[in-house]
Design a protein around this ligand. Sequence first.
Ligand SMILES: Cc1cc2nc3c(=O)[nH]c(=O)nc-3n(C[C@H](O)[C@H](O)[C@H](O)COP(=O)(O)OP(=O)(O)OC[C@H]3O[C@@H](n4cnc5c(N)ncnc54)[C@H](O)[C@@H]3O)c2cc1C
Length: 486
Amino acid sequence: MSGRHSHSGGTPMRREEGRRGREADVPSSLVDAFASRLQGQLIRPGEPGYEPARELWNGMIDRRPALVARCAGDEDVVAAVDFARDNGMLVAVRGGGHGVAGHAVCDGGLVIDLSGMRGVDVDPEGRRAVAQGGCTLGDIDRETQRHGLATPLGVVTKTGIAGLTLSGGMGWLRRKHGLSCDNLLSARVVTADGHLLVADESQNQDLFWAVRGGGGNFGVVTSFEYRLHPVGPEVFVCFVFYPAARTKEVLRSCERYLSQRPDDFAPIGILGKVPQAEDFPPEAHGKGYAALLAPYPGDPAEGERLLRPLREIADPIRDLSGTMPYTETQAILDEDYPDGWRYYWKSMNVPELSDELIERLAEHAAAARSPQSTIDVWYQGGAMAHVGEEETAFANRDAPYLLGIEANWEAEADSAENVTWVRDTFADLRSFSAGGIYLNFPGFLEEGEQLLREGYGMNYERLSAVKAKYDLANLFHLNANIKPKS
Ligand SMILES: Cc1cc2nc3c(=O)[nH]c(=O)nc-3n(C[C@H](O)[C@H](O)[C@H](O)COP(=O)(O)OP(=O)(O)OC[C@H]3O[C@@H](n4cnc5c(N)ncnc54)[C@H](O)[C@@H]3O)c2cc1C
């Protein structure tokens, strides 16, 4: 998170090595038959639309799939899964294309692309909404806010609901109403055998349990049904920047304040550098800040009154707090994450914010190579911790804090030093963690199995058994992969 407001024929297909151990072409007649089964579009290399179809939000990812199936509905997804499975193709699944690790496209293989499936259907009386698997957060908020309702999602509107929900989903409502996956009422899932299943509390319960935290391992989710809550349409947002020298006071005051309040709001502490923007005094440009960002999801006047202590911790560099539409709150950080920039993130849970940890956080934030990079402190707990550890697949619920280490930069030439900053910071801070990472902020899981298992925590073995039931051949493995139990 930044909180900067600063800137604005015979298609050769590579079968996955290791799965089949060789390359082979799928005959063009089969590709043509597949294309004719689709109501959406099949995009091949060289065709118009191929280049944008392989681009992801993270400009670090540059892969060339053999085929992109731009699905128009559930039946297209079934056709794509059948085609990939029957022809032994590597499969990537794309929702909103904002997965940090870039698993939504592959080299060779087939991308099952849901970005054309963005319908949202709201039942205001029943306080439910069904959203197709290619929706972004903004798609849902726009429709639900017409009725003064919302479901817990993330904090940047262009993020996809699919990846977000399947691995948890943490946003401004997490302490009051839980994670996105905690508000999932049902999901329609196309499994590896090409069946379209409904997963909810009464049907395919094991699958329903697994998709609430187990990521994209179990099939392609074509739609998500969410529980809605009254929120907005106006909310008060605390968004205050203090000098980095006050970091300890800022993070501590926020911690203390939260401990005295009901679970009604969910702040993020952000450590970064003041942008060269009109919003900030010129003498502060480039200097370190410790910011608090926290919308109050109830009555705005009450929010203004309640959040005042967080705005009076010290003399701020700038206080951008105010009342605004909830949809605007959801977009407050949007401009900090331009499409096509380069991003490398990691995260870890920590059990406490000790003085030593806070000092190290401030030091590492000051050492960031890119002025757009930040270290974020997500205050967790509240409703997300009231759900039992084994109730859904999402693990590590009792961790009170999540640290996000985000390198965000533009030029390829700066990649190595930014990646190194994240890795060094992560390695240095590991001793403060009792284990656990957030699988939606994985960077690239080059540390392998160990971290991944930490992310799934005690639920890994059960997830592995569900994986074996629904995807024994591990067709869906371009993700934080759970190995099928043998
Ligand atoms: C700018 C930005 C802000 C973010 N903010 C937050 C935040 O506030 N809170 C938070 O919790 N997370 C946040 N995230 C992390 C985000 O939740 C993950 O990056 C998530 O994977 C994005 O989902 P997507 O559908 O856009 O991604 P994609 O890249 O499309 O997909 C990611 C993975 O999800 C799986 N997947 C995607 N669609 C489907 C589907 N329909 N069925 C089955 N599997 C599927 C696949 O394995 C795929 O590789 C943020 C990410 C970004 C880039």
